[in-house]
Design a protein around this ligand. Structure first.
Ligand SMILES: C[S@@+](CC[C@H](N)C(=O)[O-])C[C@H]1O[C@@H](n2cnc3c(N)ncnc32)[C@H](O)[C@@H]1O
Length: 240
């Protein structure tokens, strides 16, 4: 009997924000897998640590690179395709041997998650289940005490990797917005927010729900931003 692949969201960082189902599937897995950078701990594993049993096998899926090669470089796609093929093969080998595998994913697996690329490669052939997780954005807006959408507000989720003009154009149209993947994109995110006239409303959240959390108006934040940061633009706040 082949094993089951469980792709589980582990939430935005606070270990208490993991679902009961995710905790159970981590605790009962023969193999726990996670994506990580070479010589770095996996954020998802750190969140899930308390639920990983002492005899559980761990499968580290180590990215060949993260931000060192730009997404526009053809080498990026070539290498990442090979990496996801190889990761899927390693997971499939464990499943074929009858072991249940739980793949950890920070936040929710289906929102900008690497797990989606192995899901695409495996779910038709192997018994697969997906467990939702609390996303970074709702962890962050709860911590910031920022109600986001009221009435018929439209929420727009934007990757900061978009060019400045596209970001500004979406921001002009959306009532509420979340900008993710800030990191080195901070300068043009700032420009796009200013250009759309929304700097006064923008909130910056770094490491939301985690130790070292920072929440501040974006206008008061200077300098670079780490990878685990996002910007919230709450909706129009219509009074009912
Ligand atoms: C590849 S996406 C993964 C999103 C994740 N699957 C989710 O459901 O939120 C990574 C981005 O999520 C955001 N992020 C993740 N955890 C965060 C946290 N604790 N605080 C702030 N932003 C976070 C950052 O914008 C980061 O660049």
């Amino acid at each position: 009997m082949a094993g089951t692949l469980s792709i589980v969201g582990v939430g935005p960082g606070d270990p208490e924000l993991i679902t009961l189902r995710a905790a159970r599937l981590i605790g009962s897995a023969s193999v726990v897998a996670y994506f990580c950078r070479e010589k770095h701990p996996s954020q998802a594993r750190t969140i899930a640590q308390a639920h990983i049993g002492p005899d559980t096998e761990e499968l580290r899926l180590v990215y060949p690179f993260t931000t060192e090669v730009s997404v526009g470089d053809p080498a990026y796609h070539q290498n990442m395709t090979a990496f996801y093929d190889q990761s899927a093969q390693r997971l499939a080998a464990a499943l074929a041997s009858g072991r249940n595998v739980t793949l950890l994913c920070e936040g929710d697996p289906f929102l900008y998650g690497s797990a989606m690329y192995v899901f695409d490669r495996l779910h038709k052939q192997w018994n697969t289940q997906v467990v939702p997780g609390i996303m970074a954005m709702n962890g962050c807006w709860s911590q910031a005490q920022a109600p986001m959408t009221h009435g018929d507000d439209v929420l727009c989720v934007l990757p900061a990797t978009l060019p400045e003009a596209k970001l500004a154009s979406w921001l002009e149209r959306a009532d509420a917005a979340v900008i993710m993947k800030i990191g080195r994109n901070m300068p043009h995110v700032r420009q796009a927010i200013s250009q759309s006239g929304r700097m006064d409303d923008a909130l910056y959240v770094e490491r939301g729900t985690q130790g070292g959390q920072v929440i501040t108006p974006l206008a008061e934040r200077e300098g670079a931003a780490p990878y685990f940061s996002l910007v919230l633009l709450p909706g129009r706040k219509r009074v009912r």
